[in-house]
Design a protein around this ligand. Sequence first.
Ligand SMILES: Nc1ccn([C@@H]2O[C@H](COP(=O)(O)OP(=O)(O)OP(=O)(O)O)[C@@H](O)[C@H]2O)c(=O)n1
Ligand SMILES: [Ca+2]
Length: 494
Amino acid sequence: MEQEGPLFILGVFFVLGIVALTVVAVLQNKPLPENLKYGIVLDAGSSHTSVYIYRWPAEKENDTGVVQQVEECKVEGNGISSYHEKPVEAGLSLQACMNKARDIIPVSKHKETPVYLGATAGMRLLRLTNSRVADEVLASVENTLRSSPFDFQGARIITGQEEGAYGWITINYLLGNFIHSSPWFNIMPNSKEGTSGALDLGGASTQITFVSDENIESQDNSLRFRLYGKSYNVYTHSFLCYGKDQALRLQLANTMTGQNITLLDPCFNSGYMRNVSTADLYSSPCVSGLRILTAPQTIQIQGTGNYQLCKNKVQTIFNVSHCSYSRCSFNGIFQPGLQGEFGAFSAFYFVMDFLKLTKEKVSLDSVKDTVERHCSKPWAEVKRESGRIKEKYLSEYCFSGVYILSLLDLYGFNSSSWEDITFLGKIHGSDAGWTLGYMLNLTNMIPAELPPSPPLSHGGYVGLMVFFSVFLLFILLTCWLTFRKPKCLQKGII
Ligand SMILES: Nc1ccn([C@@H]2O[C@H](COP(=O)(O)OP(=O)(O)OP(=O)(O)O)[C@@H](O)[C@H]2O)c(=O)n1
Ligand SMILES: [Ca+2]
């Protein structure tokens, strides 16, 4: 009994020591209160402008998947390129959304919040038509953004290559495809985990971007990235004039005649009518070469709603007769074989979402059936069923559905690879699109090499500490029971 006293006290101290060690470990490694940073990107698209506000914890800047979209403010009216006759008003149109950003971002962060504006295909086309006016529009939006309380970083027309690349970065960042397990637990550090290709369908251009193991035969389509310690060989192409709205113009221009005032169009639902000014139709550089000088000033489109005839008509806008590479998608543009999964967003998503084809994987045949059924519906029925949707969008879903099927077919998607496409609007609350990737790149938030990080997460560290403490306690108890058997146990044995 005299010998057990000091041993018992030693045991108590040992237990106290373990408890103290665990408490210190937990407190010392408690995450610091979050210091949040903000960033704003304006997506000045051909059909509309959206202001995106992003937020992320400053300490985790170089981690993947930490930047979140907190707001998307849709600017009233059309895209900035539509202000070509009154450039000054382009800047004014942004004011309401910039005021909203002021309200959302805490005042103390305004000065340090970067603002970027990237204009896409609408402005690329305006620059082709009249570069002076395009500069005036840019100067106007720049004025508005400079007068905001934020840290204005520039307004520019991004290239189609950038648009494709940043869209690809955005979706793979949001899907968590860049960083995987901690290097300590990565059994196969050289294994190549998959990335997802990106398909973006805008109003004036469309982009296809994916990792390819093949030789990229044309330099313009080749991107090489090193992100988080891994190299990526990426194929990208942006087809100017093959966004949904410009493709529709091309399709109309291809069937224009010199005389007829009415144009029967199988890509619109029967009973639908629309007047089109030919001056407006030919104002785009995408179709100006197709101008028929004798065309009437205004034509009236009358829908006939026929999927097969629409498909035949849509196919006339693609040129598949020449290719100077080993393989091409269309218009003589090189494209390697499709590889991996694909995320399809913007109009790919809007149209498929309208047709209720995004929730689960639907076979290519059922998609074709659905588009065919939609095209054959009379316009009155379409309006009755979906009257809330903007008439411009609603009236074009038959054309858009057929266009998307034709485009994806030319990219090489067939019945089996169709299953590799996911139509997505948002990923974990952030919109799929080029803006996030653009900001991540300009704020240097994607490191080329894997940033040094503790091998264990905070939770993992605390968990291990507790586990080993309990383990030590167990050993101590076992030793004590083995070498200094308490009386009660000794009795039991005898
Ligand atoms: N609910 C919606 C929203 C948009 N659209 C159409 O989808 C197309 C693409 O829209 P968006 O991705 O916003 O194009 P932009 O970014 O404006 O164009 P771009 O990228 O070519 O500059 C446009 O024709 C638009 O009319 C649609 O059909 N349904
Ligand atoms: Ca766009």
